[in-house]
Ligand binder design. Structure first.
Ligand code: TMP
Ligand code: ASP
Length: 259
């Protein structure tokens, strides 16, 4: 059975879903960094990110912080709601790392006076430049009211995720979220968390050793990415020992469709 591919991204593919207003999000093994300057295929990475993201988005959904995640389909795929994605990446920072250190001359690991939320314009050709809420509202990418919702959802998600990771010995140093508008016929549009939350989109440092357990291992050529992602999955209690097997069985919804 062929499925209609609606988007082929750097690390994920989106297919038309089996129900109206749904999509199938497929996690590839491709890893990219620095706007695709670095690219590699790391066997098992897609399966781990799918699994970890599925778990974290389910936790948020269960706590009333709504996300696009509907249900798991198979090792590499999940069923999600089709949203109108805002062209904005929202980064929440709890400790100084990455581009914040470069920009402000801070030491990695320095504590911050409080959690900081930043916005970036989603544009590969421009290299995702940092923007302010002024740009977002002036160019009509989101309204003032929606930005209040983005701030509130991002900070609530940060509280939940920071606690969840700390309980398994990991500092959530920073992470990136995407948001999308759900156009519900019966209600006014509302914002949901979209995309993925995984060691690709978070910085996770082991509390005891300060070892990095995230995509910085790839960005900085440190090696050991799969072992670190497996360890994150294990600590969260979602590791399945079939990682790297690839997709052998048809997706559940394909089975259903085939009748
Ligand atoms: P940064 O320090 O490079 O700005 O990254 C902040 C956080 O956002 C970090 O957890 C990694 C994540 N991130 C993405 O998920 N995608 C991206 O394209 C970038 C630049 C960062
Ligand atoms: N996600 C970006 C890329 O794929 C950059 C990054 O995560 O470092 O190029």
């Amino acid at each position: 059975m062929t499925r209609r591919r609606v988007y082929d991204g750097k690390t994920k593919v989106l297919y038309e879903g089996p129900e109206p207003d749904t999509l199938v999000q497929h996690f590839k093994d491709d890893a990219t960094a620095f706007n695709k300057e670095k690219h590699a295929i790391i066997e098992g990475r897609g399966v781990l990110n799918n699994r970890i993201s599925e778990y974290l988005l389910t936790c948020l959904n269960n706590l009333g912080i709504q996300t696009h995640f509907i249900r798991a389909l198979n090792m590499r795929e999940q069923l999600i709601r089709k949203l109108d994605i805002l062209p904005v990446e929202v980064v929440v920072r709890n400790m100084a790392a990455g581009s914040l250190c470069k920009r402000l001359g801070l030491e990695e690991g320095e504590s911050l006076p409080r959690s900081i939320v930043e916005f970036y314009y989603k544009s590969d050709s421009l290299g995702d430049p940092m923007i302010s809420e002024e740009h977002i509202t002036a160019f009509g990418w989101a309204s003032h009211q929606e930005m209040d919702e983005v701030m509130s959802l991002a900070l609530r998600a940060n509280d939940v995720l920071s606690g969840l990771f700390l309980a398994v010995g990991l500092h959530l140093v920073d992470f990136k979220l995407e948001f999308g508008r759900l156009n519900d016929e019966d209600a006014s549009p509302r914002l949901l968390i979209a995309d993925e939350i995984s060691p690709d989109s978070c910085r996770l440092w082991d509390v005891a050793t300060k070892n990095r357990m995230d995509k910085d291992l790839f960005r900085r050529d440190m090696g050991g990415l799969i072992e670190a992602y497996k360890e994150v999955a294990r600590r969260l209690g979602v590791y399945v020992d079939q990682i790297g097997e690839g997709r052998k069985k048809p997706a559940l919804w394909e089975v259903k469709k085939q009748g």
